[in-house]
Design a protein around this ligand. Sequence first.
Ligand SMILES: [Zn+2]
Length: 842
Amino acid sequence: MTGALTLGHMLGDTVMDVLARYHRMRGEPTLWVPGVDHAGLATQVEVRRRLQRQGTVFEDLPREVALAEIERWRAEHERRIVEQIRAGGFSVDWTRFRYTMDAASVRATREVFVSLFREGLVYRGERMVNWDPRLRTAVSDLEVVHSEEEGDLLFVRYAWADGAPEGILVATVRPETIFGDVAVAVHPEDERHRGEVGREVVVPLTGRRVPVIADRSVDPLFGAGALKITPRHDPIDREIAMRNPGLATPTEIFDEQARLVGEWVPSEFRGLDRDEAREKTTARLEQEGLVVRRTRYRHAVARSERSDAVIEPRLSTQWFVRMAPLATPVVDAVRRGEIRIHPERWNRTFFRWMEEIQDWCVSRQVLWGHAIPVHYCKACGEATANVEVPTECPSCHGRDLAADPDVLDTWFTSWLWPFVALGWPERTADLERYYPTSVLVTGRDIMFFWVARMMMAGYRFMGDRPFSDVYFTGMMRDEAGHRMSKHLGNSPDPLEVIRERGADALRFALVFPNPTDEDSSFGAATLDGGRNFLTKLWNLVRFSLGHIPPGTPAPESPPALVPGSALENRWIVERYQRTAAEVDAALAAFEPSRAATALHTFVWHDLADRYVEIAKDALFGHRGEPLQRETQATLLFVVERTLRLLHPFVPHVTEELWHAIPHEGPLLARAGWPRSAEVSPDPIAEVEMGPVLEAVRLFRNLRAEEHVAVSRTSRAWIRPSGPEIERVLVSERATTARLSQIGELSFLDASAPPPPGTASRVSSIGEFYLERPAGGPGGSAALEREREMLAGLLAKTQARLTDTGFRGRAPAEVVREAEAKAAELKERIDRIDQRIREETPP
Ligand SMILES: [Zn+2]
């Protein structure tokens, strides 16, 4: 609800749609439930920001007005997100659309809270929480970003209470917290402080006397080895204070906006926010001559992911879920493979977190969210959790009840999604039929926020796994390598991309270059790749249409190919079959990129570039009518089946093209997935086609590298390396010559001398000779020009490689590519030098 979907969401949705369409075409019952969550804190942050731009302070609004603003935001953004999902062509079931604040979700959330409350798995406690003073709420550990920042480390002298000279030196980056000090702690074995434990010091600027205590957790190497103890505002200090029960009970020195408050704070500082307070405290300490030393210091700072405010550790009363008992069945289930994580390597991260799991702080001090279903009796103080709002206290029957003012963390509803989306707590038909579900596709950034918690909720409330497979997509990065996020605003708007490039170009670009376990960078070039592929497919089908005779029926079965059929027809059908098997295997293994890559290679190289080129002669009738008919049937069969294989990836274009060719049925989306082993395997076809394609490749390279112009009369020779290769090449002589643009192709036997005036290459399948036209293009002037051009490129590449900045910054893959390019350029230059030497008379 926080805004628009990013390309990262589009990647996840595309993978989901590929799987959904694939399984639907295979005839399996496939349900994909769409929905949105209310994104409580995040939405409130956005609404607050929008109001701020209009000069309104969110916190000053009456509750109803504030909620109305949020509701207005929700309505706008839900529409936008729904529009994006539709534009992407994602085949969700709109009749089952759900929202995490709809009536059924409210009921489910309350049921779950009450059930955990009654089992003692949810409790209210005073704990040190991460407090965001800008948003004035607790946030979870997962919503805190840690980084190193520079600050001033002050060495402050705490004078001895008995008036003895000197005192004890305390190092701190937060002098404004001294008002909350209850002690100064030193390490018990620190020689420098021997004899000081038990004495009293005066807290600067306050006159309050506090004891020096000993605690083993004090780091003697930090500062001067003495630590000021502020238990309400630092988790370590709190632990130390709890081990030393004799200390004073501190009051709170910061309010919810981190302004100094309370009787321990001298009046001149009260009301200052913590930044002003830090400056003023530092200045006053210096005036008093208590700052002995001051240095710059890098230290860890925790900031709120939502607001960027520095987190204030704060002791406050919150609701927590006990996670360890919920985590145990999940860890067991993943260990025994009941839930599988893809790619597998994320298991390690998953287990590490599950084993160190902390209790989950689920209360939030924001407006937007599910109310915590707890009421407090004003008479006896009893707290009760109820699905329905209670009318009296169950303990004293008092009727004066106060509702808990907080709301629940959004994830406290989202973690119930796999069964609430199917109708829980009602025993609905959907729940019976579809729970446990099959697949969850998501980003690994919410592995713990969402994925692990859904597993816990599934086992706890349904007694079963929520899904059998989890697939984590990579994270999308922009061209500068930054992770795309709503937060950074560096994701292009998917709707705009779709308007400009089409949904299918975007979908294919998202899945194709993104290897399953890597993060991909995404930019205009990636989109061009997607669009170019679709253009290639479009042209392929348009070409095919010209060769499908009117009245041709849909290709229900493969063409009847026999050993005497054209090699290229047998070959393309075999390649199709292997591609189909690869797509099946890749999708079963949750590797959508591998499937897309197989299809891309097949369509682009095998079908469009090679097969169509080879088949043109037969299609135009130059090789007789029977072969023309066989080739037409083969082309139609392969194109029709290929559109089916491609459909899950690029549904719009394939649907359109499928309707243009002979087909059976109303919709490609509902057509069957091609049966595996529809054609009997013909591995020989692939083996025999190998030498033909290799010969064409060699002749083309030879022509390019040796600067031999295309000529209808050029002659070429092959000395095959063995009789089997010779048999194939001789039988496919016409095809080989035509594709290599050679006028006359001859074969040499083992003893024949090399033909004079030729350029040659040797490969594993034989020796290749290409006639060099006398006085033709090339010549040393042309060679010199080319050499100069290549040398320029090489110099540029080498300059890049010697730039330490480039080597340091660029991904290893890019560096490797540059190295390979440099090597290739060197080799080409060497070859030209060789030619120049040959052509220059001695
Ligand atoms: Zn009561």
